[in-house]
Ligand binder design. Structure first.
Ligand code: PRT
Ligand code: ZN
Length: 283
């Protein structure tokens, strides 16, 4: 039996539950329970505040956990980072009042900086030879400069909207983060093989998320050209149509390239193009 720790509520909860669900692990939403057993996989789900997940996994009270890489790095408990999960993307950045002039990191020498990530910032400044006063603040770091509590902040940025609405500007991007799967170091035997199974499923789901399945009718004379446009997992599937001189071609493409590929395929005679979601990719 495996135990996974995920966030009870907050930004990573919904995506963590969705990933487990798509991996065949149903999580009933009985919010009163903090420990749930899955009926479809030998796993228990432990709901925690994200701050507590690295330590819980490091101690082995949960075998694996889903948490932001920022928390893993800040808490500095010994855990293995097993897989990047591609959601919860954000970065930690230094920001200053928008009217202040900024040339280089020297700006921060002797300045007061408010943050909830003193560990990461201390290491960063140490590496750059900057001496600053780091103030550890639990919440609403972004209001510290306007309140006269700090000269700058070091905080999580996603869209950048919070900085703008507080009259701040980002000047140094320090650490990129996303949700990661972490594990207790040194797990083996049955637990290790269950973790491998789970990571295999997660991988199949994550690979499919940015892909689309393309089907189209194509003149046979354009097949060679279309194969160059559509490098698929191995190569595109080509099937004959009842209409002479025509075939049906199927392939998987990156969503980011979709429209560009469609333009090119239309130019070589593709018709009746269908675009479908891909649920899982098993390689
Ligand atoms: O209650 P619990 O302790 O579990 O949750 P929490 O309140 O400490 O964390 P939560 O749910 O806010 O965030 C969980 C994780 O989501 C973080 O550790 C990050 O890994 C990730 N994440 C992704 C973010 C953001 N995006 C984000 N935008 N965490 C916080 N923010 C906040 C940020 O602190 C700032 O106040 O959003 C604001 C900035 O957002 P923008 O879009 O305006 O730039
Ligand atoms: Zn937290």
């Amino acid at each position: 039996m495996l135990r996974i720790a995920i966030q009870t509520k907050g930004r990573l909860n919904e995506e963590s539950v969705r990933l487990l669900d798509e991996a065949g692990i149903s999580v009933s939403d009985d919010k009163r329970k903090f420990l749930l057993k899955s009926s479809s996989f030998p796993i228990e789900i432990l709901f925690l505040r994200d701050d507590d997940i690295p330590q819980t996994v490091s101690m082995g009270a949960a075998d694996i956990g889903i948490v932001g890489l920022n928390e893993v790095r800040e808490r500095a408990f010994k855990v293995d980072v097993l897989q990047n999960l591609t959601f919860g993307k954000c970065h930690l950045a230094l920001a200053i009042p928008k009217g202040d002039n900024y040339d280089s990191l020297k700006f921060f020498e002797g300045k007061r900086i408010a943050t909830s990530y003193p560990g990461i910032l201390t290491d960063y400044f140490k590496g750059k030879g900057i001496n600053a006063e780091i103030h550890n603040i639990a919440g609403s770091v972004e209001i510290a400069p306007a309140a006269g509590l700090a000269d700058a902040i070091f905080d999580i940025v996603s869209s950048g909207g919070t900085l703008i609405s507080n009259g701040l500007k980002e000047v140094e991007r320090v650490f990129d983060s996303e949700a990661v799967l972490i594990g207790t170091p040194g797990l083996d035997g049955e637990k290790k093989s269950l973790i491998d199974q789970l990571m295999f499923r997660f991988n199949a789901i994550l690979m499919s998320r940015k892909k689309k399945y393309l089907l189209m009718n194509l003149p046979e004379s354009s097949v060679e050209e279309a194969v160059k446009i559509l490098p698929a997992l191995r190569s595109p599937t080509v099937m004959p149509l009842a209409a002479k001189g025509w075939c049906s071609m199927h392939s998987v493409v990156n969503e980011a390239d979709l429209w560009e590929k469609i333009e090119k395929l239309k130019a070589i005679g593709a018709e009746g193009i269908l675009v479908l979601d891909v649920e899982k990719i098993i390689c």
